[in-house]
Design a protein around this ligand. Structure first.
Ligand SMILES: [Ca+2]
Ligand SMILES: [Ca+2]
Ligand SMILES: [Ca+2]
Length: 496
């Protein structure tokens, strides 16, 4: 062990002597830079310091000082270190830049750089950009927005861009929705639209009804096909209806132009809810027929919360059960009623031209039936058209159906809604000679069997108060049901 200890002692003395000798010729270096954070290299060796830094105890001598900072040019100078003094170096670092070329096919897309609008359109060359990542966004009408990240390299031109033909394109903005320009409050209004997608994608639609309500996106339909949807407006007023389209990839067009629709209050000029008659009595209509085993009476079966309806009993072919009344004539108006049949049978509503002078059936204008099959559609509510029927929808015995028919005397046609849904458009007047609507009937016929039928809430309304009035008594109600008595008799006529 002893020889080893002596050896270690000598080694220690030698080291101490060497340190004392070198300490005498050390100097310091203070390196500062703008910006800070540059790596400090002395004679190609890193000091493992970054600016600003004080590096102590450097041997006397001349050194090459190098500063390295990402995005900035390399900075180099020579420094002379002297013993027992501090040399201070201040370095101004110069930023590196690169160029960016932004292209598109076709050209003319607005260029956004790092979320700022550049005011330039493709194709465009930008200079003086800091190296590193930059976001580039392009926006061009008719094309989806596109973005990318460009990595700028110093003293280099980087190119980014898009060939739009490789991208999913937006569906075209649909034309303004097509539909009614005016309608009565409460009526279901139908609008149709279409658009094409330049890629042939399937499309869906979203309507903004203009009254504060809008739809969800519709089901997808083929590009170019017509799509329809309905809306019941919440209030009177003029509402701007518009639509936008989306393709199956979710690319969405702008809103279409608007289609204006005026929703008017319905003015009832005939109303009867049958609630004010004595139970078991007759409705006070212009004519009531109950013959050969048929009967008409006020029943406590009713539509709505309370009240009565008019019950028709027509148990045999020979039996007749009928009510009819004269109503004021309007050029354009609507008829509403509730009815229900207790079994499959044949029962009809008719509006007629009272001035008939020839064959009665030629003067029927609106003709709507519960069919028992005699018009070809067993169990359907139909528009009667000669000896055949135009089916509207099936009926279930024992259920109420709301019928609304809007007619145009000039066009000699009418639209029919069942429970608020448009079921028939431009239905023809039944009789070739019928031109007016001035009397209405509900009938269990003498050649068919209806069984038991209930009718309630019969109303005629117009939206046009200047409409031609055939009869002088033309009182208008603005509410449904009318206050106090809901029966308004337009004009007396012969009663049976
Ligand atoms: Ca598309
Ligand atoms: Ca009633
Ligand atoms: Ca009958």
């Amino acid at each position: 062990m002893k020889p080893l200890n002596i050896s270690l002692l000598f080694t220690y003395v030698f080291i101490m002597a060497g340190l004392n000798c070198r300490q005498d010729s050390f100097g310091n270096l203070m390196v500062r830079s703008e910006p800070q954070g540059a790596e400090i290299i002395l004679d190609d060796s890193t000091t493992e310091e970054t600016t600003d830094a004080l590096i102590s105890d450097i041997d006397e001598g001349t050194y090459e000082l190098k500063l390295l900072l990402d995005g900035f040019e390399e900075w180099t100078d020579y420094v002379v270190i002297k013993a027992d003094s501090t040399v201070t170096v201040d370095a101004e670092l110069k930023q590196l830049t690169g160029a960016l070329e932004v292209k598109s096919q076709p050209e003319g897309a607005a260029i956004w750089l790092d979320s700022d609008s550049t005011g330039h359109l493709t194709n465009h060359l930008f200079f003086g950009l800091a190296p590193g990542s930059h976001t580039v966004e392009l926006s061009k009408d008719g094309y989806p927005s596109w973005d990318t990240t460009a990595t700028i390299v110093a003293d280099t031109t980087v190119t980014v861009g898009i060939d739009y033909s490789e991208l999913n394109r937006l569906p075209l903005i649909p034309d303004a929705p097509q539909g009614l320009h005016e309608a009565v409050l409460g009526v279901v209004c139908e609008f149709s639209v279409s658009t094409t997608d330049p890629d042939g994608d399937k499309v869906s639609f979203k309507f903004d009804w203009g009254d504060g309500d809008s739809t969800e996106w519709s089901e997808l339909v083929n590009s170019g096909t017509t799509y329809s949807d309905t809306h019941t407006f919440s209030a009177t007023g003029t509402w701007p209806v518009r639509v936008k389209a989306s393709d199956q990839n979710g690319a969405t067009s702008d809103w279409s132009n608007t289609h204006m629709i005026e929703i008017k209050q319905a003015n009832y000029y005939f109303l009867d809810d049958f609630n004010d008659y004595p139970l078991g009595g007759y409705p006070d209509w212009d004519n009531v027929s109950a013959e050969d085993g048929g009967s008409v009476e006020i029943s406590d079966i009713h539509f709505g919360e309370s009240g009565f309806s008019c019950k028709f009993t027509d148990p045999t072919e020979a039996a007749i059960a009928r009510i009819g009344t004269v109503v004021a004539e309007k050029q354009k108006a609507g008829i509403t009623f509730m009815w229900r049949i207790q079994q499959v049978g044949f029962f009809g509503f008719r509006a007629v031209d009272k001035d008939w002078s020839g064959t009665f059936y030629d003067w029927v204008s609106l003709y709507i039936i519960f069919d028992d099959g005699s018009r070809g559609y067993t169990g359907y509510i139909c528009v009667a058209s000669g000896s055949t029927g135009i089916p509207l929808c099936p009926y279930t015995p024992g259920e109420w159906y709301e019928i609304r028919a809007e007619f145009d005397q000039t066009a000699r046609s009418f639209d029919v809604y069942v429970n608020g849904e448009l079921k028939g458009t431009n239905m023809p007047f039944y009789g070739s000679l019928a031109e007016h609507v001035n009397e209405i009937h509900f009938i269990g016929f003498n050649n068919r069997t209806a069984g038991e039928v209930y009718v309630d809430d019969v109303g005629l309304y117009t939206t046009d108060e200047s409409s031609y009035s055939y009869y002088p008594d033309n009182t208008i109600f603005n509410t449904w049901p009318a206050p106090n008595s809901c029966h308004f008799k337009a004009q007396s006529s012969s009663s049976e």
